[in-house]
Design a protein around this ligand. Structure first.
Ligand code: PEP
Length: 249
């Protein structure tokens, strides 16, 4: 009942020239079964949305402010993302939690704002290496999940991305057993708080050094409904085989 999802996070990469990759991706993946999303830098949102109009590729933001407008120099509201053509927004990415001191409480406020603008919130969580080595992974992701998700989360307005901090951009990937343990735990935690129907409808993405070479085995892992992909989403030649592996899973 859950449509698989491949989401690309371009982070702070790409100027106008990078939009050619979107055109290539749209052509290569016009028959993809999975839901496809690219989150470019905010400067490219409108142009990306125009290119992706009438295709099955959706465009998303990488962050939004919790307020709808006001004196917040440099920030963007969820309404602005929506107005620029976004249908989703990544929230609570570990780079924002680390670089901008975002707490799960902040992420929850941003999530509410995203919902009110009609955006799907892709809420990120994940443990640091020190937390994993201390045996605290489930405790950490459990408390991040509880505090980052407001009441009212549904399988339509929310996607969860489990991204171990130590696996992002490092080429290191947890074992498949470790990914399954966290994803099974997250599904169970959603069931306990929101009920079986919501938990069954909510996509759980894995993120952290997903590449064409490891995608198939990750997508075959328990309770993995897709991926949030950083580096390998920048080039259609890398992202396309990941999407193909997801379609085949
Ligand atoms: C990310 O930034 O969300 C991510 C998963 O990055 P990478 O795929 O490059 O590890």
């Amino acid at each position: 009942m859950r449509q698989k999802m491949a989401a690309g996070n371009w982070k702070m990469n790409g100027t106008g020239a990078a939009l050619a990759e979107l055109e290539t991706l749209i052509q290569a993946q016009h028959a993809a079964k999975s839901e496809l999303l690219i989150c470019p830098p905010a400067t490219l949102l409108s142009r990306a949305a125009e290119i992706a109009a009438d295709s099955s590729l959706a465009i998303g933001g990488q962050d939004c402010h919790a307020a709808s407008s006001g004196a917040h120099t440099g920030d963007l509201s969820s309404e602005m993302l929506k107005d620029a053509g976004a249908t989703a927004v990544i929230l609570g990415h570990s780079e924002r939690r680390a670089d901008h001191n975002e707490t799960s409480k902040t992420v929850a406020a941003k999530t509410k704002s995203a919902w009110s603008a009609g955006l799907t919130a892709i809420v990120c969580l994940g443990e640091t290496l020190a937390e994993r080595e201390a045996g605290d992974t489930l405790k950490v992701v459990g408390s991040q999940l509880a505090a980052s998700l407001p009441d009212g989360a549904t399988g339509q307005n929310t996607v969860i991305a489990y991204e171990p901090v130590w696996a992002i951009g490092t080429g290191k990937v947890p074992s498949l057993d470790q990914i399954a343990e966290v994803h099974d735990f997250l599904r169970h935690a959603l069931t306990t708080r929101f009920g079986a129907e919501m938990a069954a409808a909510t996509r759980l993405l894995y993120g952290g050094s997903v590449k064409p070479g490891n995608a198939a085995e990750i997508f075959a892992t328990s309770n993995v409904d897709g991926a949030l992909v950083g580096g390998a989403s920048l080039k259609s030649a890398d992202f396309s085989p990941i999407i193909a592996a997801l379609d085949a899973s």
